[in-house]
Design a protein around this ligand. Structure first.
Ligand code: ADP
Length: 776
């Protein structure tokens, strides 16, 4: 009973009852028995939708009630806002909630007063690197989806970050929440924690496989579920669910497939909608169109008007929220999603269809089956407690033999064990530098001892493997002047400290420094040298390493600065430079693209920083071209090409443009710091390229677009009306501003107020007749 919880704040039982929670679910009760409200460490491995969030809340609230401070680590930025909304419910009892994602260089001082902080593991890692003083005040850390330590790209950060937090605060309560996995006890051993390992679910789940005219269920029964002429299996299942007044979540393996499937399934849903539902859906479709005017937005709105939707990481936050809400309100009857949704957005439905159980995997060179863990997480979204009698999760078989295969592979299978991915060079390169720079280790032995606290160390029998990779990484970091090793002592150089605080992969930093240096050298050579850098031999220099900072500084001092005009660096060159670092997720080069970007490279090679790799170096040349494609997207954005054209030209969603822009902003900011760290005179050019990409405008609009509420389109309209900067806006004739903003009074008042206009009121003002702005 929620009245009998030790250690929780006194308002909690009533609060829970108001939310319809009278009793704990059995795994939650086990967690309380294991002391989660009394400061004990805990690993909880329980199925999706079985109440993990409440376990987290019990831990955090009781810790805060004892005068402490809690941190909740989310696996995805997209989930931070969802958790924020959950936890903000507690603000009525005087708690302060803070959310921190993005912006890796700050120490987040404003978070010092918060009782509960929500952040991604990358953000927490960066806060530790920047010595955020409040980190030491933490008394409780909860990590959601801890099984993601198995993820090759992001897992090591989570692992190392937990190890650091626990070293900084030896009394820290650690609570790790996981989907059901094969080796939960290994995680518990690693974290020195009690274990709740349960497969209890609040609502029954029937798993099954559909083939032909039947749904085969795991209890051995069969339901007739017939496919009509010309109908796909998925459509038949969606229709069958609709006839029973239920909704369906369909998981597919790519964004494109999600969009295509939603478009098709709209035809299935349409005839089942009531007139009232159609009206409400039409309103939501309008809201979707208002979020952005791109093809994705249009396609989504069209599907939603018919009661279907797609959901993937290429959608903007606004789109995602509208879809999730409409699905929860049962207006949208089917959502076709890529697996991101399964990772935690709480959108249960009567039925789940796992349509694709293979997806493209670059490292496998083709289609590879999904893990049992992932498929079970998707399946776990079936069934809404209190609303449905039970949930059904269905895999689609395309042949009779496949029915058996899918039962073996997924329905009856246990999820895989989770394995640490730490002992890989890219991961250790970053984390070893940060560990040394923040003083967690001062010698090779200290470093190995620190790494002993990771999951990796607790899982391996071959400690030699870790030592070997550590030694390789130390050599690399030393050679590039990020670290100094003297008499067994490890020390970060000034450059190394900067790189660690900037949250850069050291390899990105080396690429940036090297590229800038090449540009400076090229610029100072260009008067005397014949031939462009493209004619130079393409092999890397003999020492194949990157130049050291001290060499660089010498270079900078020794060369005649007058020859290297920093204003000559083109924005494209800088966008390309940051796009080729391992910290930028480059655009994929499609087969038809190669020729186009080779042409582009031929025409604009002079603008790129550093020598183009030879075409015979397949991998590097390919990367160079992908980086060029990515850089061209950024350049388009920064020259005011409209969003719809960009999404079409590069085959991306609006959310992807945002993502690339944010990464570029961060990396260019870092490049600015690096340039001044190694005395390169390029900071101004970099800063301008950064601001242009931030606002998506040409140079002349940078000032205007920086006014809150203005943005790229309005800045251009104002500029066309003769208002060219912030100062002019402040003193502008209101009728001109109103005309430029197409008679939108509210917007005009807002903009004028933000620009500091004396009297922003638009009352009685009429749009000036002689101002014509017509961009669209
Ligand atoms: P998970 O994080 O495990 O996927 P959630 O924590 O989101 O699952 O819980 C799923 C749903 O169950 C939420 O809507 C939550 O309010 C509800 N819930 C959690 N615990 C209880 C409980 N003890 N009694 C009733 N409902 C609960």
């Amino acid at each position: 009973d929620v009245a009998d919880l030790p250690g929780v704040p006194e308002w909690l039982p009533d609060h829970l009852r108001d939310d319809g929670i009278e009793e704990l679910y059995p795994p939650q009760a086990e967690a309380v028995e294991a002391g989660v409200t009394e400061g004990e460490n805990l690993v909880a491995s329980i199925p999706t939708a079985s109440g993990k969030t409440l376990i987290a809340e019990l831990a955090m609230l009781s810790s805060v009630a004892r005068g402490g401070k809690a941190l909740y680590i989310v696996p995805l930025r997209a989930l931070a806002s969802e958790k924020q909304a959950d936890f903000e419910e507690f603000e009525q009892y005087g708690l302060d909630i803070g959310v921190s994602t993005g912006n890796y260089e700050s120490e987040g001082g404003w978070l010092a007063d918060k009782d509960i902080v929500v952040a991604t593991s990358e953000k927490v890692d960066s806060l530790v690197r920047n010595d955020a003083p409040w980190i030491e005040d933490l008394t409780c850390v909860v990590t959601d989806e801890v099984h993601l330590v198995d993820d090759g790209e992001r897992g090591p950060t989570l692992e190392v970050t937990l190890a650091k937090l626990r070293r900084l605060n030896p009394d820290l309560q650690t609570v790790a929440l996981s989907a059901t996995i094969g080796n939960a006890e290994a995680l518990a051993t690693w974290l020195d924690a009690g274990l709740v390992d349960s497969d209890w679910r609040p609502i029954d789940l029937q798993k099954g496989v559909h083939y032909g005219q039947a749904l085969h269920l795991e209890d051995g029964s069969q339901q007739r579920l017939s496919v009509q002429n010309n109908e796909k299996q998925t459509a038949a299942i969606v229709r069958d669910t609709l006839e029973d007044d239920g909704s369906t979540l369909v998981f597919v393996n790519s964004r494109r497939n999600a969009e295509a499937a939603a478009g098709r399934l709209a035809n299935t849903v349409r005839p089942h909608l009531t007139a009232e539902e159609r009206d409400q859906l039409a309103d939501i479709a309008e809201e979707i169109r208002d979020v952005s005017d791109t093809e994705t937005s249009d396609d989504l709105a069209d599907a939603v008007a018919d009661g279907a939707a797609f959901h993937h990481a290429g959608l903007s936050r606004g789109h995602r929220e509208l879809v999730e809400d409409a699905f929860r309100d049962r207006l949208v009857k089917v959502v076709c999603a890529t697996p991101t949704l399964a990772a935690g957005v709480n959108t249960p439905s009567r039925r789940v269809v796992v349509r694709d159980w293979r997806r493209y995997d670059g490292s496998a060179g083709g289609m590879a089956p999904l893990s049992v863990l992932e498929v079970h997480q998707m399946m776990g979204r079936a069934g809404r407690p209190g609303l449905d009698p039970y949930g059904e999760a269905v895999l689609i078989a395309s042949s009779h033999d496949e029915v058996d295969e899918l039962f073996e592979r997924y329905v009856w299978a246990d999820p895989e064990p989770v394995r640490s991915k730490l002992a890989a060079e890219p991961a250790l390169r970053t984390h070893i530098l940060a560990t040394v720079a923040s003083g967690f280790a001062r010698s090779r032995e200290g470093l190995l001892e620190f790494l002993e606290q990771t999951l990796y160390a607790s899982q391996t029998d071959d400690s030699g493997q870790l030592e070997r990779v550590v030694d390789d990484v130390l050599t690399y970091l030393q050679r590039n002047d990020f670290l100094e090793i003297e008499g067994g002592e490890l020390d970060a150089t000034s450059l190394g400290h900067t790189v660690s605080r900037l949250y850069l992969d050291p390899m990105s930093a080396a690429e940036i420094v090297d590229g800038l240096r090449d540009w400076e050298r090229g610029a100072s050579d260009s008067t005397s040298a014949s031939g462009s850098p493209a004619d130079a031999p393409a092999e890397p220099p003999a020492d194949s390493g990157f130049t050291t900072a001290s060499e660089l500084a010498e270079d900078a001092d020794g060369s005649d600065d007058a020859d290297a005009d920093p204003d000559d660096i083109s924005a494209l060159g800088l966008y390309h430079l940051v796009s080729r670092t391992p910290d930028m997720y480059q655009l994929y080069l499609r087969s038809g693209d190669r020729e186009e970007y080779e042409m582009e490279l031929f025409e604009r090679e002079d603008e790129l920083l550093g020598p183009t790799p030879s075409e015979f170096e397949e991998g590097r040349f390919e990367d160079w071209l992908s980086a060029l494609k990515t850089a061209r997207l950024l350049e388009d954005w920064a020259t005011e090409v409209d969003e719809a054209t960009i999404t079409e030209r590069y085959g991306v969603g609006p959310g992807d443009i945002r993502g690339k822009v944010e990464t570029a902003q961060w990396l260019l900011g870092a490049a600015e710091s690096l340039a001044s760290e190694v005395d390169l005179d390029a900071a101004r050019a970099i800063s301008e390229a950064r601001i242009r990409v931030e606002h998506g405008v040409r140079e002349e609009l940078v000032d205007l677009a920086g006014v809150r509420g203005v943005g790229r389109k309005r800045a251009r309209r104002l500029f066309q009306a003769g208002i060219t900067d912030r100062a002019q806006l402040r003193d502008a004739d209101k009728s001109v501003v109103l005309a430029a903003l197409r008679g939108r009074r509210k917007t005009a008042e807002n903009v004028l107020e933000n620009a500091g206009h004396r009297d922003p009121s638009m009352e009685g003002v009429e749009p000036a007749a002689d101002v014509s702005v017509d961009l669209d």
